[in-house]
Design a protein around this ligand. Structure first.
Ligand code: ADP
Length: 591
């Protein structure tokens, strides 16, 4: 009888012999092997989810002593048809991996419809798609793979034998059912994993885009702000000004500074979130840092007639290793808030060394206490979260953004420290920062970073010699501001407005320093530096001292300047006192 004649007389029910399972002899259950198999599958799931199904079908062949095994999952085709895809194949039928089989009129389809294990004998007699299967399937045992939350099955797991000598039994059904539930769980987990990977990638690229947007914006805003702040400072020193004009200038100065603080805060938050935030390890004097912070904040305290006390004798003359700039930022935030939220009484800063250890590390405690308005108890917990302010009326009355404490907490934690707060409404607050800091070796003591304030300790530039400085700046208002300051410090200041002019002038003049803007059209500061360095090499002699100036102020800018051959770096808008001390220190260097 030909195969097509056979097919016409057979029904699907004829090739299905599931009821015979009941008559087959029982087999001893080997739970130890089963356990081992589930463990190795679980291992594969955590280390290589993609290889899991391959391993699963190989193991199914092994424990059921089958000649082949496969996982068929339902797949919707374009146009709406649903087919099975052989997503994993083991044993003799591995070559069919990735192939498709019909949903209707197939053994897998029927098993899914009946939603229970089914056994078939010589299924090719009825299932057309199996006629070409090589080798021929003699017995085929199929179990459905359950869908999530007991929804319809999503596919099937099957094993097959190629000889009449191997007959599947109820133990095979039990094992296969276990493996099918494992497959279902693994597929759900893979799905979750894929979504979670995808989500992270999306979040990462969104974060990168946000950081680069903020960096560029901050550059664009800082550049003209530099001019606004500088020119308003110069204007405030000019005379004669009427009292009204003086008031205008003061408002201009304070508005410009608040705007700059806001830009800096937003940039910091972006850097923290993008994790591009670097913490430096350099020798520094904490006493000096505190003095700088106090001299800045005590001005406002004086205006409000609040007493400002500092107790820091415990750390006098100690040189620590850490990030002075960031510690200054932490203290500025805390002291600024203390003065801002206090109407009468006092603000106190107390510094103590809690512990020193044999490995030259120390635990330093800094407490900022005020007798101000206090923080409501129910707001204390969330006070370090960004955009969190004690009360909406506080925002109206005192302004602010609610970013300061979030940044402060992040900075402290990046340095391995802790910050806590205690407060009582109407009586005041105490913020306590504990930081682990290393103690510098003696020889580093002298290297502690140059104080930003207190430049009077440095020798004043010799006015009679009028040392020359070349300022490279393509934004005219910024050039005017810088030039006024530089001349005020006692230097003759030449200006170049692009990189080409800068290289030409630098090589032709007798400059103690070149202040090199980085971003310029035609030729940028890095390129101009390269031209200068190349020509110096050719000519020989002492190389020029080049200080990079950039409004980018992102982590890594300093390194970029140094890598490009510059000697130093100043962020813009420049701090006049810092610039003054840097120039003065050049005069004291041996030539
Ligand atoms: P901002 O001061 O810009 O609002 P912060 O993050 O520095 O942002 O502070 C968040 C909030 O915490 C403030 O709005 C204020 O309600 C409260 N706060 C911070 N420091 C003090 C303080 N010393 N005394 C009272 N309230 C404070």
């Amino acid at each position: 009888m030909s195969q097509s004649e056979q097919h016409s007389t057979l029904t699907q029910a004829t090739v299905r012999i599931t009821e015979q399972l009941e008559m087959r002899p029982d087999r001893e259950i080997d739970l130890v092997i089963e356990n081992k198999i589930l463990h190795s599958l679980a291992d594969a799931l955590t280390s290589s989810p993609r290889k899991l199904l391959e391993l699963l079908v190989d193991l199914a062949c092994e424990i059921c002593d089958a000649d082949s095994a496969g996982v068929s999952l339902l797949e919707e085709q374009e146009g709406g048809a649903t087919l099975f895809r052989w997503v994993a194949m083991g044993g003799a039928h591995k070559k069919y991996l990735g192939g498709l089989a019909p949903r209707e009129g197939s053994s897998c389809g029927e098993c899914m419809d009946l939603n229970s294990a089914q056994l078939y004998a010589m299924p090719r007699r009825f299932h057309d798609h199996q006629t070409a299967a090589d080798p021929v399937l003699v017995e085929e045992l199929i179990v459905p793979i359950p869908g999530a939350e007991s929804k319809e099955p999503i596919g099937s797991l099957w094993i097959a034998s190629q000889s009449t000598g191997r007959k599947f039994d109820r133990e095979d059904v039990r094992l296969l059912t276990r493996l099918a539930s494992f497959t279902a769980a693994a597929l759900r987990m893979q799905d979750l994993l894929v979504k979670e990977q995808d989500a992270r990638q999306l979040a990462d690229s969104a974060n990168d885009a946000k950081t680069s947007f903020l960096t560029n914006m901050s550059h664009e805003i800082r550049t003209p702000m530099n001019a606004v702040i500088g020119l308003s400072d110069i204007l405030s020193m000019s005379s004669p000004l009427t009292s009204r004009q003086r008031e205008f200038v003061r408002t201009l100065q304070s508005s410009a500074r608040s705007l700059m603080d806001l830009i800096n805060d937003i940039l910091d938050i972006a850097k923290i979130e993008a994790e591009t935030f670097d913490v430096e390890d350099m020798p520094f004097s904490l006493t000096q840092v505190i003095e700088e912070v106090v001299s800045m904040t005590s001005v406002r305290a004086n205006q409000k007639q609040i007493d400002f006390f500092v107790a820091q004798s415990a750390i006098k003359d100690v040189v620590f290793i850490g990030d002075a700039l960031r510690i200054r930022q932490i203290l500025t935030n805390l002291c600024g808030n203390a003065v801002k939220f206090t109407e009468q009484g006092s603000v106190q800063v107390k510094v103590a060394m809690l512990n020193t250890f044999e490995d030259r590390s120390a635990l330093v405690e800094m407490k900022v206490t005020d007798s101000g308005i206090g923080i409501p108890e129910d707001k204390l917990e969330g006070i370090f979260e960004k955009f969190n302010q004690g009360d909406t009326s506080i925002t109206r009355r005192y302004g602010g953004t609610g970013l300061g404490l979030a940044i402060t907490k992040n900075l402290v934690e990046r340095m391995g420290g802790t910050i806590t707060v205690e407060s009582e409404m109407g009586r005041g607050s105490t913020f306590t920062v504990r930081l682990p800091l290393s103690l510098a070796d003696e020889e580093y003591a002298l290297l502690a970073i140059t104080p930003v304030l207190g430049t009077s300790l440095l020798p004043a530039p010799d006015q009679s010699n009028w040392p020359r400085v070349l300022l490279v700046e393509d934004y005219k208002p910024n050039a005017i501001v810088a030039q006024v300051y530089i001349e005020d410090f006692g230097y003759r200041c030449d200006v170049a407005s692009n990189g080409v002019e800068a290289a030409e002038k630098a090589l032709g003049g007798d400059y103690i320093a070149i202040l090199m803007d980085v971003q310029m059209h035609e030729m940028d500061g890095y390129e101009a530096t390269a031209v200068i360095r190349q020509e110096e090499k050719r000519r020989g002699g002492k190389p020029l001292y080049i200080i990079g100036m950039t409004a980018h102020a992102m982590a890594g800018d300093r390194e970029k300047c140094l890598m490009a051959g510059m000697n130093d770096y100043i962020p813009k808008p420049f701090d006049p006192k810092l610039l003054k001390s840097k120039l003065a220190s050049l005069l004291t260097q041996p030539s």
